[in-house]
Write a protein that binds this ligand. Structure first.
Ligand code: HEC
Length: 197
């Protein structure tokens, strides 16, 4: 009788321990990486915004395309080291190859859009999770990118984008979906992932 109780107890412990261990690890990973990822995303968003502003003021929108096309991905690459990867994604991507979200990113972007409709400030929106794929476990983080006035000449309504810019975008991005935005809307998000050891 006692043996049965003991065996049952041992079985229960054996069943619950791995589940607890995974959960604790997820929590530990989140505690370890959340703050760091948030800071990285904020720094990236600010740095890119500053470069963009300076470029728009000095050379004008048509010549500022390289900021979003060349400098942003280069900056993203700069932040993609020491096991960390950073990119920008959007539900309406301009660069289909680099900007299309995966399943989790899409869900988060949709939740950001919903929160925006409910009146939540885009600036503070973020999400994180720990997930698993064939390559192992990942800590993932996303921070929303709000549309600002200086974005409109390239991402705004048709009447806010010059004919020259439209022609340029049509040539460079024939599948462009990233227009029709208004100030304050979620333009996309910074998405960071890092391996959980
Ligand atoms: C001078 C034109 C221009 C301005 C101004 C501009 N963008 Fe872009 N944006 C682009 C181009 C071009 C791309 C595609 C970049 C690429 O090829 O990766 C892009 C891509 C993006 C992406 C990546 C996702 C996607 O759609 O492919 C985000 C996010 C983004 N822009 C946000 C912004 C925000 C926010 C602002 C204002 C703070 C802004 N952009 C201002 C031209 C611009």
């Amino acid at each position: 009788m006692n043996n049965i109780i003991l065996n049952t107890a041992l079985l229960l412990i054996a069943l619950t321990v791995p589940a607890c261990a995974t959960k604790i690890n997820d929590e530990v990973a989140t505690a370890k990486y959340l703050e760091e990822s948030r800071n990285t995303a904020l720094e990236f968003r600010k740095k890119l915004g500053d470069v963009q502003k300076a470029q728009l003021e000095s050379v004008g929108a048509e010549n500022a395309i390289p900021v979003c096309k060349v400098i942003a991905p280069a900056m993203a690459a700069e932040y993609s080291k020491n096991g960390q990867m950073l990119k920008r994604v959007s539900l309406k991507a301009r660069n289909k190859t680099q900007g299309t979200p995966d399943t989790w990113e899409k869900e988060v972007l949709e939740s950001f859009d919903k929160a925006q409709l409910a009146g939540k400030p885009v600036d503070v929106m973020e999400a994180s999770t720990v997930s698993k794929d064939a390559d192992g476990r990942w800590f993932r983080y996303m921070k929303a990118i709000p549309t600002q006035p200086q974005c409109l000449q390239c991402h705004g309504k048709p009447n806010e984008i010059s004919a020259a810019m439209k022609a340029l975008l049509a040539r460079e991005y024939p599948e462009d979906m990233a227009t029709d935005y208004s100030v304050g809307e979620v333009r996309g998000a910074i998405s960071i992932r890092r391996k959980v050891d």
